[in-house]
Design a protein around this ligand. Structure first.
Ligand code: AMP
Length: 113
């Protein structure tokens, strides 16, 4: 089932896009939890990592490589950052289209709440 992220992919609703290619899209989170808070998503409609299949391997590897490139481009590489994906209700997932949160620009605490 489509979510609002499909509307962002299709440019039906606006987003602050920082990177795009055939496989993925990266845009700034509307409710940032850190000075840099970017969401990296596959263009393919995948609910979460729980529903990945073997055919998604290339997409996932691509997203991880691009996430690291975006982090570097945002100036996060030296001091570090966090990449998080929430899964389901207990994981705190609110949009059911796979996304990786890239968080940085401040010291992040651990463990998360
Ligand atoms: P999660 O709670 O892990 O599913 O993350 C969903 C994220 O999407 C949250 O951090 C929201 O702030 C973010 N979000 C929701 N709507 C938008 C939007 N229109 N543009 C950018 N980010 C959004």
């Amino acid at each position: 089932m489509s979510t609002l992220f499909t509307k962002i992919i299709n440019k039906e609703i606006p987003a602050d896009i920082v990177y795009e290619d055939d496989l993925c899209l990266a845009f700034r989170d509307i409710n940032p939890q850190a000075p840099v808070h970017i969401l990296i998503i596959p263009k393919k409609e995948i609910v979460s990592i729980a529903t990945l299949t073997a055919e998604d391997k290339e997409i996932l590897a691509h997203i991880m490589l691009k996430t690291a490139e975006i982090a570097k481009h945002e100036g996060l590489a030296d001091n570090g950052y966090r990449v998080v994906t929430n899964v389901g209700e207990n994981g705190g997932q609110s949009v059911f289209h796979l996304h990786f949160h890239l968080l940085g620009g401040r010291k992040l605490t651990w463990p998360p709440g």
